[in-house]
Write a protein that binds this ligand. Structure first.
Ligand code: ZN
Length: 313
């Protein structure tokens, strides 16, 4: 038996997983990150103890306690250098979990874990080269190269959201301009449209959201794009274009067999992936396109739980 934990900015999800990769139990609770690292840590430890007890499993025989978290993580020590989502700086997460749970703990970046989970348990055909792109409020990436998770020289590889697609483009939270994330990250896209709505823009979008500017999401923007709303045609065309440019760069650089796309923006849209692939197809090198599949992620929350339970140490 294994335990997989996913500590996100708003919720913590954990699962009990058997050796075949079946998730036997899932629990979720709020992160309440404002209460601080120590508080989150102690609730994670209690949560794991409670979950396994309820299923008649003891801590001792667990093969792995995997914990995924957003942020940059030292793969050697399991320390989190910096996690903006959780407001953690240099915390010894692996050491603290191992001390609290007395088991074999592995700490991994959440998008690396999700990519690994989708690759190993979600994809058909066992491809040896796959790239994960997860577009939610921001954008994260993961790389499976030659059948292994690729972490890079110091463990922070696959920051796909921060490849520069336009040096004169929109400002990104990382401080640069024109990152993939600044063009396609959900919070950026929504903010651009909300600011126009707050300035008085109406159009077809207004009817779709029934005047609820705060409740706007990228699904509404795509729906308005399809309905021919002027603002959303501009904004969503740009999302499609830049998503396609990113796919093209990734395909040309890495020649993966599969690009797995997930996250709220991809899942909340009907045509985004197909449209972006259409952009890629016009500009990608034919040899890089040959045989490449671009697919939606299929496992949801379980991808991270499974990935962090099985990823190689
Ligand atoms: Zn950036």
């Amino acid at each position: 038996m294994r335990v997989g934990i996913d500590i996100g900015g708003t919720k913590i999800v954990m699962g009990l997983v058997d050796e075949s990769g079946a998730v036997l139990a899932r629990e979720r609770f709020l992160t309440q990150k404002d209460r601080g690292y120590e508080d989150v840590l102690s609730r994670v430890i209690q949560g794991v103890e409670g979950m396994i007890q309820r299923h008649g499993v003891a801590l001792g025989p667990l093969t792995r306690i995997g914990c995924a978290s957003a942020g940059q993580i030292d793969p050697e020590t399991g320390r989190i250098f910096f996690s903006p989502n959780l407001s953690w700086r240099d915390v010894p997460l692996k050491e603290d979990l191992a001390a609290g749970l007395k088991g074999p703990v592995l700490v991994e970046n959440d998008v690396n874990a999700a990519t690994y989970g989708e690759w190993r348990f979600g994809l058909k055909g066992g491809p040896r080269h796959a790239v994960g792109i997860f577009i939610g409020t921001g954008i994260g990436g993961g790389l499976i190269l030659d059948g292994r998770l690729y972490r890079g020289f110091s463990g922070v590889a696959a920051e796909l959201g921060h490849i520069t697609l336009n040096p004169l483009g929109y400002r990104c939270n990382c401080g640069n301009r024109g990152c993939f994330e600044a063009y396609c990250g959900g919070s950026y896209v929504v903010r651009r449209v909300q600011s126009r709505l707050n300035e008085g823009y109406r159009g077809k979008l207004w009817d779709i959201i029934e005047g609820d500017i705060e409740g706007l999401n990228t699904g509404h923007i795509e729906a308005a794009w399809m309905a021919g709303d002027d603002l959303c045609r501009k904004v969503w065309d740009e999302v499609i274009l830049y998503f396609g440019l990113a796919l093209q760069s990734i395909a040309n650089l890495l020649n993966p067999e599969v690009i797995i796309c997930g996250g709220g923006v991809v899942n909340g849209a009907n045509n985004l992936l197909g449209e972006a692939v259409g952009v890629m197809d016009k500009i990608v090198m034919p040899a890089s396109r040959d045989g490449l599949r671009v697919e939606k992620a299929t496992l949801g929350d379980d991808a991270t739980i499974l990935g962090v339970s099985f990823i190689e140490d």
